[in-house]
Design a protein around this ligand. Structure first.
Ligand code: SF4
Length: 416
């Protein structure tokens, strides 16, 4: 079998090459290890704006988020026309959230949740000419038994990931999953709210491998929240410190302490992205974030004190916003924190497939006007019938309106 794994074009990305497509690199590594007769390769088209010729293969496997999906379908249709008789399979967060629509859009098989085990079942079925429409992972994979992502398959693309510096960087994951279930996030659907950890030694060995083989000097952890397991982080810090590398991670504000932050700084942590979302307690409550504005402020101040850069990740146009109160809350908090964060991003909340707000908008007091996410560069919903949330908020103050392009990354920008 010839299998090509494809990361589809992502025209909405402002910063290119910030993320390695770890999902398909894990699949490639598992296939090479466990089905060595399969000729597997990876095609990363995330940065492609022009059509390119994809080599001939028996099976094309796509990974896709909901935002990539319209491009992914177009690509699949083009490749199918150019390579008649080929099979087209899809996995990733969008396929997990909307498997039937993927099937209806023309994908021959759809992979639900993690695919490291089910891709092997698929290959065996293909050999017997007996593939089925849906491959759903019954159990979560044991992350300790996985090989490292097959970065060789990708070819080195480099990429700048941090606010400062142009180091050679690599993404990696030490854990999978998150125990929370925020209104705007599909993590719970994919990982079932369970966390699984690799050993600190195994993670550090992968980092050493990246340093020796690809001359990497900076790492970006793509985990949902490493610091939710403080014992693990302490062990990891001890193991990684001798490498002398820089690393960046995203965390919840309620999982860090000053001692842990100092340890992380000494071990090379140079930046932490905090999902503060909003400083309005009502918004945080409705989003199910289970943090308070005070916790966010404390985490930013502690992190600033330890000399680790802070990246604030915020969200506007959310359920629960009221113009006066939310603007006041955000303005006051950001004014207090000016100079203590190195960058901030703000995006408009999108009710994406697989998230609680997509599944049950009534519960959040909103009505989704448009479930066609190919148009999700536009404002997609309005206040619910009870009129409670006033959703169009701050939007014109901080962005030009589109979902991804609304990022603002200038140093210490605040709302007016
Ligand atoms: S937003 Fe963060 S904390 Fe909330 S469910 Fe997603 S990963 Fe977990």
């Amino acid at each position: 079998m010839e299998l090509i794994l494809i990361n589809p074009p992502q025209p909405y990305l402002v910063e290119k090459h910030t993320q390695t497509p770890l999902g398909i690199l894990y699949i490639s590594a598992v296939v090479k290890r466990d089905r060595p007769d399969v000729d597997v390769s990876v095609c990363d088209l995330s940065d492609c704006s022009e059509p390119i010729e994809v080599p001939d293969a028996d099976v094309y496997g796509y990974t896709s988020t909901s935002l990539d999906y319209p491009e992914c379908v177009k690509l699949m249709e083009t490749i199918r026309m150019e390579h008649p008789g080929s099979l087209h399979i899809i996995g990733g967060s969008h396929a997990t959230a909307m498997p039937f629509s993927c099937r209806d859009d023309g994908f021959d098989s759809v992979f639900i949740r993690e695919s490291e085990k089910t891709i092997l079942e698929y290959i065996d079925d293909w050999m017997r000419v007996d593939t089925v429409e849906f491959y759903e992972a019954d159990n979560l994979v044991d992350v300790c038994t996985l090989p490292w992502p097959d970065r060789d398959a990708l070819g080195w693309t480099g990429g700048r990931i941090l606010a400062s510096g142009n180091d050679r960087s690599a993404s990696l994951m030490a854990s999978r999953g998150c125990p929370f279930n925020c209104a705007f996030c599909a993590s719970a659907l994919i990982w079932k709210r369970k966390m699984r950890w690799r050993s600190p030694e195994n993670v550090v060995a992968e980092m050493k491998h990246c340093i020796e083989k690809y001359n990497v000097t900076t790492f970006r952890f793509a985990d949902d929240s490493m610091t939710s397991n403080r014992d693990w982080v302490q062990e990891f810090c001890k193991a990684v410190e001798p490498l002398g590398v820089r690393w960046q991670t995203n965390e919840r504000v309620d999982t860090v302490t000053i001692d842990l932050l100092k340890m992380m700084r000494d071990a090379g942590c140079v930046e932490i992205g905090y999902g503060v979302e909003s400083f309005d307690p009502m918004v945080l409550k409705i989003l199910g974030k289970k943090i308070s504005p005070e916790q966010s402020i404390r985490a930013v101040e502690m992190t600033f004190k330890t000399n680790i850069g802070v990246w604030l990740l915020m969200m506007i146009s959310t359920p629960g916003e009221t113009y006066k109160h939310t603007v006041q809350c955000n303005s006051r908090a950001l004014a207090r924190l000016v100079g203590k964060f190195v960058r901030a991003s703000c995006k408009t909340l999108m009710p994406l497939p697989g998230t609680p707000i997509w599944n049950d908008p009534e519960r959040f007091g909103v009505e989704i006007l448009n479930r066609d996410f190919s148009t999700y560069n536009a404002y997609p919903y309005k206040p619910g019938p009870n009129g409670r949330p006033k959703l169009i908020l701050c939007r014109n103050d901080v962005s030009t309106g589109s979902f991804i392009r609304s990022h603002f990354t200038e140093r210490n920008q605040v709302y007016p």
